[in-house]
Write a protein that binds this ligand. Structure first.
Ligand code: ZN
Length: 285
């Protein structure tokens, strides 16, 4: 039975990137809570350099869950030293994720290092680093959510592009377990085109590895693959069908709205974007 997000807005969350980082995190927290959502996913740029404990308390006091903490420092690099630095930056962020009470640390793993043409090496570096991060994540009680990105980002942002590949990595790194600490973040923007997406969502559910679910839409035409995402219902993604699949597969977490939209939603006041998201969660998600 798929949840009615119109009746239960607290089953949904806002990723703060949707609001365009136009206000300090404290204002975003209040706006998201006031709009009736049940959770928030902050970004490191809003948290690092601030007092993490105070931000954590404010989110708790506002009655919001932290669905995920965005996002990992890209891992692949040319030298071992540089990879080490990237892992260390992620270990620090993991500790902040724990302080925030985040359910997951979202891993956008990185693409090819400069001047490299070796996707295999990049993927090996990411897998090794993930295995190491998983040890600390387990101690801290934060889950690691690998987010496969649309292949258009393979060079610059993510050598991990398929949900099936993310699940293979989970099996390879963590093995089969009834309470996985390593899983995936399924973002409709990245998986909607995949002919095997329904099969892989079912597989992810069976292994209890759906940790986050992100929604937005793919606009036609898309002017910029990074910052021209649409509100649910404005594009070509079967958001509703994907949500049904994810929930049928056993996902009970929040439905998180994540819209990078430089030309539209980021230009609007936060309350307007939040109200539109509430409406479209009910009618087009
Ligand atoms: Zn996402």
């Amino acid at each position: 039975m798929v949840r009615d997000l119109g009746q239960s807005p607290r089953a949904s969350a806002i990723n703060t990137a949707t609001l365009g980082f136009q206000a300090p995190i404290s204002e975003a927290i209040n706006a998201v809570a006031r709009a009736g959502f049940g959770g928030i996913a902050p970004w490191r740029r809003e948290v690092e350099g601030g007092d993490v404990k105070t931000i954590a308390r404010q989110i708790r006091d506002a009655g919001l869950a932290v669905t995920g903490y965005c996002r990992s420092t890209y891992i692949p690099a040319v030298t071992a030293d540089a990879v080490r630095q990237n892992i260390d930056a992620n270990l620090t962020a993991l500790r902040d994720a724990a302080t925030l009470g985040a359910k997951t640390f979202v891993m956008v793993v990185g693409g090819l290092p400069q001047d490299s043409r070796d996707m295999g090496a990049a993927r090996r570096q990411v897998k090794d680093a993930t295995a190491e991060l998983l040890i600390t994540a387990r101690k801290l009680g934060v889950k690691l959510a690998l987010e496969p990105l649309h292949p258009v980002y393979a060079a610059e942002r993510s050598c991990l592009t398929l949900l099936s590949e993310a699940l293979d990595w989970c099996d390879e790194i963590e093995g089969v377990t009834t309470s996985p600490q390593l899983g995936c973040c399924i973002d409709v923007y990245h998986v909607w085109w995949d002919p095997n997406v329904m099969r892989d969502i079912a597989r992810a559910g069976k292994s209890r590895r759906i940790f986050n679910f992100h929604v937005c839409d793919w606009l036609v035409p898309t002017e910029d693959v990074l910052n021209d995402r649409g509100m649910m219902g404005d594009g070509v993604i079967d958001v509703r069908g994907l949500r049904e699949a994810v929930e049928t597969a056993g996902y009970k977490g929040l439905v998180e709205v994540e819209i990078f939209s430089a030309r539209n939603w980021w230009k609007r006041p936060m309350h307007e974007t939040l109200a539109a998201a509430r409406k479209r969660l009910a009618s087009a998600t």
